[in-house]
Design a protein around this ligand. Sequence first.
Ligand SMILES: Nc1ncnc2c1ncn2[C@@H]1O[C@H](COP(=O)(O)OP(=O)(O)OP(=O)(O)O)[C@@H](O)[C@H]1O
Length: 289
Amino acid sequence: MITVQNLTRRYGEHAAVRDVSFVCETGTVTGFLGPNGAGKSTTLRMVCGLTRPTSGTATIDGLPYRDLVNPGRSVGVLLDASAQHPGRTGREILRLSAKVLGVPDARVGDLLDLVQLGQAERKRVGTYSLGMRQRLGLAHALLGDPHTLILDEPANGLDPEGIFWMRGLLRDFADRGGTVLLSSHLLREVEAVADDLVMIGGGQVRAAGGTRELLAGVGVVVRGLEPLELDDALRRAGIPTTRRADGSLLAEGDIETVGLAAAKAGVVVTELRAADGAGLEEFFLEVTR
Ligand SMILES: Nc1ncnc2c1ncn2[C@@H]1O[C@H](COP(=O)(O)OP(=O)(O)OP(=O)(O)O)[C@@H](O)[C@H]1O
């Protein structure tokens, strides 16, 4: 379990992270979402003891990262896939870390198979694509057989097949009782795998909760024959709306309330349904703006 309590980090006058709190439960995947510069990396670095918080605390299974005995055996971390020595091969990097962690050498081969680096394991990391580095980084994070994974933008550089593969791997890790915290700036990337979402914008948590609950709470998509009249009618009925790129509206209410408001105003509705992932995407953009 990861517990983040009132974490704040200031750089001079600028607060990169402001009073951020959330919990990642054991056996779940938590998606930490936010646009560029929102404060994701700074928060993850504080959780991993790499950046000192100005105030607040972060613990993993009740202990700050710095107090964990042999942390690589309990927490797998991937913060920057490019932070490996470019002159070493993938296999060499894993073998060196295995020695440091006290992990049997045989595990290196197993992990290389798992992340499907193929022949690249014998090539120098400096020649790797970003996707290959991410795969190696994931193998590195898993090397100590940890029960917690903290991954900063792990899908960066992965192709669609790679993203699908990684989702399966993380899902399986959590289903076997592990805890996963992963950041992304793309909702679509984590929506399918995350049990819980924490959305951050401007250094602050803007929304948090179960992915399904957040999905359910984002309102309905409604389209009218006369979009402007429909928008007017809903606003007059006290229902906030957001215009979507395809000409429909995202309305903050349930289907019945929205349908009734349109009917009362005599506006023809051509589509009315619960907002799906598209609604969540807009919600995400809205709350983290
Ligand atoms: N060492 C530092 N010194 C000064 N400002 C910093 C430092 N580290 C981060 N910041 C600032 O803190 C804010 C949050 O940065 P952070 O890297 O945590 O965001 P992020 O959500 O991870 O963004 P991205 O998705 O682009 O990686 C940014 O405004 C950034 O410029």
